[in-house]
Write a protein that binds this ligand. Structure first.
Ligand SMILES: Cc1ncc(COP(=O)(O)O)c(C=O)c1O
Length: 441
């Protein structure tokens, strides 16, 4: 009789314990209904969005906040406010969501990628200076999975080379670096409110800064390049190129209501994350996330790294990873892959077409061709090939009961105690399809 649930053994995790995200309460529903009753659904200075901006600015401790319709919009507002334009290079991490890089391109800038520090998966500051050229204007640092990047070191590099430091805090609501909230660690910060995030709004974004100048520019980027004073009407005169990044009242009201519980969920995520970390630390060949002692994480993602060699397993690490994931899934553990290649390996950068005529990669103002060699990011490749995320996006770690984590810990122990069976799991190989994408057959 087999032990593993994958081969017919009993399943470790009972059904019905997982909590779906976002948790939607009666209070959340009343907040959205109140918008419908008020009848104001939009507006440059609409009441819910304005109140949300004030509340988020207070939460972060920033002077200014702008509510937007996505995290990508928030990032682009920061890039535009930094004055990025044709021919400018902006440094960012090779391990992130695509928008960390494309937000740079939305202002005609050229993303330059830096490989990651393998311990915290954020851009490796030691490699940043080597990528700085006379064209470099900014750094977009990413607080990946909720862990703030190395801001003391990043600020020193930014100051030395006169670069604007932008913080992609899209995954880091409520995380701290040396006691300071994520989002406030660079000159400007950007958050996403998409449904998977620790602060969900359906979709949405938040831009924060202490600079009146950056705030003014970002605000014009938000709304067609117009200058709009708080509480005043629109003149419809545009003073720069702007986009249409306004948020709406219903998502703003929903996110405001969620904000009241953000700290509770961050604390719950930390308790769950610390518990799982302790259990996984006892299992050979498994490394839970490392959180440096000078910062905290909201555990936006709980990424587990495998070391097949330490377990005497040879061959393709992806095959081992997929087998372990299949075994855990069968035991009832929620697991997922998130990002399976470094950003520069994305076809967008390999094809190099951008938005036409090869811009911004070979814009005449750039005067050269940006080349992205996927092999330049070994630490990112190692991470994506040897790791996976526990608690997939519909059931992230933040609202889960500790009881579920205990079962997850048991399931990990069981799977790693039965590696001989795990190695018998058949995984269909990945194949390259005609357009260059990798798909499972
Ligand atoms: C690190 C990071 N940057 C940027 C974004 C973009 O945010 P959004 O999806 O709200 O546009 C996301 C979210 O998907 C993200 O995780």
């Amino acid at each position: 009789m087999s032990n593993l649930a994958y081969f017919g053994g009993s399943k470790t995790v009972p059904d019905g314990l997982q909590v779906r995200w976002p948790v939607i309460t009666e209070e959340d529903k009343r907040a959205v209904m109140a918008v419908l009753e008020r009848g104001t659904l939009w507006g440059a200075n609409a009441p819910e969005a304005t109140a949300f901006q004030n509340e988020w600015a207070e939460y972060i401790g920033s002077q200014y906040c702008i509510a937007l319709n996505s995290g990508t919009a928030a990032l682009h507002c920061a890039v535009a406010a930094a004055g990025i334009g044709p021919g400018d290079e902006v440094i960012t991490s090779a391990f992130s969501f695509l928008a960390s890089a494309t937000a740079i391109m939305h202002s005609n800038g050229v993303p330059i990628f830096v490989d990651i520090d393998p311990r915290i998966f954020n851009l490796d500051v030691r490699q940043v200076e080597a990528k700085i050229t006379p064209r470099t204007k900014a750094i977009v640092a990413v607080d990946i999975h909720g862990v703030p990047a190395d801001y003391d070191e990043l600020r020193a590099v930014a100051e030395k080379h006169n670069l604007v430091l932008i913080e992609d805090a899209c995954q880091a609501h409520g995380s701290l670096y040396k006691g300071v909230k994520a989002g406030k660690l660079g000159a400007m910060g950007a958050f996403s409110l998409n449904t998977t995030k620790n602060l969900p709004g359906g979709e949405g974004g938040l831009f924060v800064t202490d600079s009146a100048e950056f705030h003014g520019k970002a605000n014009m980027t938000r709304i067609f390049g117009e200058y709009i004073e708080p509480g005043k009407g629109r003149s419809y005169k545009a003073y720069t190129l702007g986009w249409h990044y306004r948020t709406q009242e219903m998502p703003a009201a929903f996110a405001r209501s969620q904000l009241k519980r953000l700290d509770t969920y961050v604390a719950n995520a930390q308790r769950n994350g610390q518990y799982l970390t302790e259990v996984l630390n006892t299992i050979d060949g498994v490394t839970p996330p490392y959180i440096p002692p000078d910062r905290t994480t909201n555990y936006h993602k709980f990424r587990v790294i495998l070391d097949p060699r330490a377990l005497g397993v040879e061959g393709d690490p992806k095959l081992f990873r997929d087998r372990v994931m299949a075994a855990l899934k069968a035991e009832g553990v929620s697991v997922a892959l998130w990002q399976t290649f470094p950003l520069p390996a994305n076809p967008l950068f390999q094809i190099g077409e951008g938005y036409g005529k090869k811009c911004p990669f070979a814009c005449p103002h750039y005067g050269q061709q940006a080349v992205y060699n996927p092999d330049d990011y070994p630490a990112t490749w190692h991470l994506v090939n040897n790791s996976f995320v526990v608690c997939e996006e519909t059931y992230p770690i933040y609202p889960q009961p500790l009881e579920l984590m205990k079962y997850y810990g048991e399931a990990f122990k069981k799977v790693f105690a039965n590696l001989d069976e795990v190695l018998k799991i058949e995984i269909k190989p990945a194949v390259e399809v005609a357009d260059g994408r990798v798909e499972k057959v």
